[in-house]
Design a protein around this ligand. Structure first.
Ligand SMILES: C[S@@+](CC[C@H](N)C(=O)[O-])C[C@H]1O[C@@H](n2cnc3c(N)ncnc32)[C@H](O)[C@@H]1O
Length: 255
């Protein structure tokens, strides 16, 4: 599991939501995880009561995700009016089973802990994220978890990604963005460097240097900036003289 997801979970959801006695799933609230791969974060979100929908383009990742956790994967009908040329682009899979809870760097996971993946808790769309812009009635989400998505795509497509976020987030929705930042000249991504200031500029243009206007559609907050010094982190980033993980909350105020 990504330690930042666990560490900043309450900042993302808000204290009132975390204390709520009913699950997000039971209230019909939905969480989107684009470019999910076979991330263990999907399991953590199910454990926390989310109704999770991932999106991934590679069949291999979905097959491995199913097999590595001993889950059942079933293709389910898509109840959307897909244009003809997209009917073969998207499939939807439902995952069920009782899976071993993955180890955590933040909390102790008692031996033998299981996560119950009940029907409707975890679905993954298979297809190209960017083709979603052509689906008129794609569902809208109340929560969005982005780890390795915004920073993985070609920087030239970032505007398109932000337009998709806008299309798919319901008003009042909250997105947790785990970004990665470094000096551009020191590494060729992906992951591509993406600072808090750049994210502000995408969602609330012009507000980095002046107060948020009353007409703003988003509020962007830097929850934390976890900095690394020379020789940072994982081996493949050791050539970076400085790097940081900006942890960012993006709230959609209105459509
Ligand atoms: C950085 S990786 C996975 C990150 C994942 N969120 C995690 O935390 O491990 C990016 C994934 O996105 C998938 N991907 C990349 N571009 C895509 C696209 N346009 N549509 C769907 N999936 C895509 C890749 O197959 C890969 O599994």
């Amino acid at each position: 599991m990504n330690p930042f997801l666990e560490q900043y979970y309450n900042n993302w959801l808000g204290e009132a939501e975390v204390k709520s006695e009913t699950t997000l799933k039971s209230r019909g609230l939905r969480t989107f995880v684009p470019l999910c791969g076979k991330s263990l974060d999907l399991l953590y979100l199910v454990k926390r009561g989310h109704c999770v929908e991932g999106l991934e383009g590679a069949e291999k990742a979905l097959a491995e995700f199913t097999q590595e956790h001993g889950m059942t994967r079933k293709e389910v009908p898509i109840e959307l009016s897909l244009p003809d040329d997209l009917k073969s682009e998207f499939s939807l899979f439902e995952f069920t089973g009782e899976v071993a809870e993955p180890p955590s760097k933040v909390t102790e996971v008692p031996e033998g802990s299981k996560i119950d993946i009940t029907p409707g808790s975890l679905r993954i769309w298979k297809g190209n994220l960017f083709r979603l812009k052509d689906v008129p009635d794609f569902p809208r989400y109340n929560f969005w978890f982005d780890r390795g998505s915004f920073i993985a795509i070609d920087p030239a497509t970032r505007g398109e990604y932000v337009a998709l976020v806008h299309k798919l987030l319901a008003p009042g929705a909250k997105m947790l963005l785990l970004s990665f930042q470094y000096k551009k000249e020191e590494m060729q991504g992906p992951p591509n460097t993406l600072s808090y200031e750049e994210v502000v500029e995408f969602f609330t243009p012009g507000s980095a240097t002046s107060p948020l206007p009353a007409s703003a559609k988003y509020r962007v907050t830097l929850i934390d900036l976890v900095e690394y010094k020379p020789g940072v982190r994982e081996h493949r980033f050791t050539k970076l003289s400085w790097a940081a993980d900006p942890v960012i909350l993006i709230e959609k105020l209105e459509d």
